[in-house]
Ligand binder design. Structure first.
Ligand SMILES: [Fe+2]
Length: 269
């Protein structure tokens, strides 16, 4: 599983705050309230994962901020692609970035506690890949609803476009969204397509993050198998043709064997 260093966690956090400073007007109420919210939630937000299971996406410390930055970047590209494809863009860049920044805010938890807590059931960790589980001590709310609650708590106003984009970020993966998204009467259909842009961006970013985890895991496995193979080869080289260990060991092979062992299992000295 991916592990971010303390420096990487800090760098991602700084990037997130910079996006806010670059997007919202200096001195505006919205920017001030957002910065206050981020300051208040910093300790939890910087450490939060983006999901609870390994096979989902960015289920590691700092995964939340990393995922949000990924979605902001992908949403910008998705919006450009939509326009390039002939789509009518009737949302502002600020609405686009605001929605991407806060589509998963509810995953940070409520005002007091985190949403994702470490899974302490060993069987569930090993068998189901649950690294985290949801905290049942906080009120049971859907992630987008908690996001909108937090924003209003800190006095951050949302436009209708932003509200619907955050609410519908999971698209039709959330059955409750069918009310808005599975409409067969043109008069009731979404009047603005920002929710689709955000959902596509979130879905694409999540899929890319899944690939990153899956391929990274396979690379790690291959690397480990290759190291074990090297150790076996050196061990065989230390034996004579009858499989008997040589009495006088070759110092070059000895050192190579030790280096490979240390590389695989770490230097225990
Ligand atoms: Fe997301």
């Amino acid at each position: 599983m991916k592990q971010l260093s303390e420096t990487q966690l800090q760098e991602n956090w700084d990037k997130l705050i910079q996006v806010i400073k670059d997007t919202f007007e200096d001195g505006s109420e919205r920017r001030e309230n957002l910065l206050r919210m981020y300051h208040d939630l910093e300790n939890r937000m910087i450490m939060a994962p983006a999901s609870g299971k390994e096979e989902y996406h960015y289920c590691h410390v700092g995964g939340y901020v990393e995922h949000v930055l990924h979605v902001v970047d992908t949403a910008r590209k998705m919006s450009d692609t939509y326009e390039a494809a002939g789509g009518h863009k009737n949302w502002t860049d600020e609405e686009l970035v605001f929605s991407a920044l806060h589509h998963d805010l509810g995953k940070v938890g409520d005002l007091n506690d985190e949403y994702y807590v470490p899974q302490d059931n060993d069987w569930r960790r090993k068998t189901l890949g649950e690294v985290y589980t949801s905290n049942t001590d906080i009120p049971n709310m859907r992630v987008p609803d908690r996001a909108l609650f937090l924003l209003q708590h800190f006095g951050v106003k949302c436009s209708v476009n932003e509200t619907l984009a955050i609410k519908l970020a999971d698209g039709l993966y959330d059955e409750a969204n069918a009310y808005y998204m599975k409409v067969f009467d043109a008069k009731r259909s979404l009047k603005n397509h920002l929710p689709y842009i955000l959902h596509w961006a979130d879905h694409m970013a999540t899929t890319v993050e899944f690939d990153e985890w899956k391929l990274g895991d396979e690379d790690e496995k291959e690397e480990m198998e290759s190291k074990i193979e090297n150790i076996k080869n050196v061990t065989v080289a230390k034996q004579d043709q009858n499989g008997v260990s040589q009495e006088h060991e070759d110092p070059v092979l000895e050192n190579k064997h030790k280096d490979l062992f240390d590389e695989l299992f770490g230097d225990k000295s």
